[in-house]
Design a protein around this ligand. Structure first.
Ligand code: HEM
Length: 394
């Protein structure tokens, strides 16, 4: 393994991390990333294998667990009950119960509502230049996840605020102020959900929170803390990435000159997969080694971490022809943007559905959509999303 140095907050890297990924991949599948102090997999096969390798996982190994600083307690409590930070058997149990409530039937049933929402939002676009990220890319996923869970839509701005403050904890630019803001947001979010879950217990409705309360697997149910952790995970994961998948996608389409056949019913699936492959909203996830394990020539010790660079794997020329080219007509296959293995994104079918509906409606309503300013990515690695997307309709 070579040692690579690249600050994740370096402005040039934040704007375009792909040259660094390409240089790293050209030198091998895996390297030591000095700035993170851990091994990092850049190649498609290394990322693919590590996502599935059961000798690695997301949950912190027992002997490395600490109580964490007191000021972070509410944030850590919410995470402690999230399937994303659990491994079997805890993960199996949580994921099974959630999937009982989050079925493909429930997801498909959201389609007409998403269509109406997209039409309503596009119909309200102003004639002057405006921020599409705010007016559309954010609204579609956040309102959809509110509707799915059964949280009042008027709560959307509040949920966005809690979520932004919590996910800032995973970003390279994190500071102590980030930690305090995240802890307060987690506390407020938890208090709200505790009351809301109690309401749904007394007054069940046709929504995901009610179904999660009722979900049962061989007599086993989610505890109130697990319900809260799961709702926070679904609400946060349910929009943060989709917002930027849409934003990055529209930016690429406008910069590359989009073609009507991409948005046709036969083309839309390929377009969405290519957007997710070409410029995904989440670039890096980490795993802990649970035992001594040799991978691509490196011997990991128990407790050692490895970073999986999804955004780099998606552009590996060993796995895909001409990967630096945006080509929605390519057969959709090599795409690590939703992860893989046990933690494969629970929301992938919903995110795809939202994008497959939102993009054609946007361009049907605004066929002359143009960029009104050069878009910039925000300094929030491993998230990879725009600060804003200023556009005009003519
Ligand atoms: C384009 C949008 C999205 C992207 C790119 C994305 C990406 C991912 C990735 C890469 C993971 C796995 C992380 C890892 O392996 O360490 C993941 C997990 C997860 N995602 Fe998504 N996601 C998206 C949308 C959603 C939506 C809409 C929801 C919910 C409605 C959601 C819920 C989840 C959950 C619950 C997990 C944890 C699964 C587990 O640990 O078993 N995601 N997502």
């Amino acid at each position: 393994m070579k040692t690579l140095t690249q600050s994740p907050t370096d402005p040039a890297f934040v704007q375009d991390p792909y040259p660094f990924y390409a240089a790293a991949r050209a030198d091998g599948q895996m390297h030591h990333w000095q700035d993170y102090g851990m091994a990092a997999a850049f190649g498609h096969s290394a990322v693919h294998m590590l996502l599935r390798d059961r000798r690695f996982g997301r949950e912190v190994p027992q002997e490395l667990r600490t109580e964490g600083p007191a000021h972070l307690a509410p944030f850590l409590a919410a995470e402690a009950h999230s399937m994303l930070d659990a491994e079997p058997p805890r993960h199996t149990r949580l994921r099974k119960l959630v999937l009982r409530a989050f079925t493909s039937r429930e997801i498909a049933a959201l389609a007409p509502g998403i269509r109406d929402l997209c039409r309503q939002l596009t119909g309200a676009f102003p004639d002057q230049p405006f921020d599409l990220l705010d007016a559309y890319c954010t609204q579609v996923p956040v309102i959809t996840i509110c509707r799915l869970l059964g949280v009042p839509e008027e709560m959307a701005p509040q949920l966005l605020d809690w979520s932004h403050r919590m996910v800032a904890m995973y970003q390279a630019a994190r500071t102590e102020a980030t930690e305090h803001a995240a802890a307060q947001a987690a506390q407020d979010f938890t208090d709200f959900l505790r009351g809301y879950i109690d309401d749904r217990r007394d007054d069940p409705r046709d929504d995901l929170i009610t179904r999660l309360i009722a979900a049962e697997e061989e007599g086993d149910k989610l505890s109130t803390d697990e319900l809260i952790g799961t709702c926070i995970l679904l609400l946060n994961a349910g929009h943060e990435a989709t917002v930027h998948a849409l934003g990055n996608g529209v930016k690429t389409m406008l910069q590359q000159g989009w073609q009507p056949e991409w948005l046709a019913p036969e083309g839309i699936e390929g377009l969405v997969e290519e957007i997710l492959r070409f410029d995904p909203p989440l670039h890096m996830f980490t795993r802990y080694a649970y035992e001594e394990a040799e991978v691509f020539g490196h011997t990991f010790q128990r407790g050692e971490q490895v970073a999986l660079l999804l955004g780099a794997a998606n552009r590996d020329p060993a796995a895909l022809d001409d990967p630096e080219r945006f080509d929605p007509s390519r057969p959709p296959k090599v795409n690590k943007s939703f992860g893989g293995g046990l933690h494969f994104c629970v929301g992938a079918p919903l995110a795809r559905l939202e994008m497959q509906i939102a993009l054609p409606i946007l361009f049907e309503h605004c066929p002359d959509l143009k960029l009104a300013a050069e878009p910039e990515y925000s300094n929030s690695y491993h998230f990879h999303g725009l600060t804003q997307l200023l556009v005009t309709r003519s």
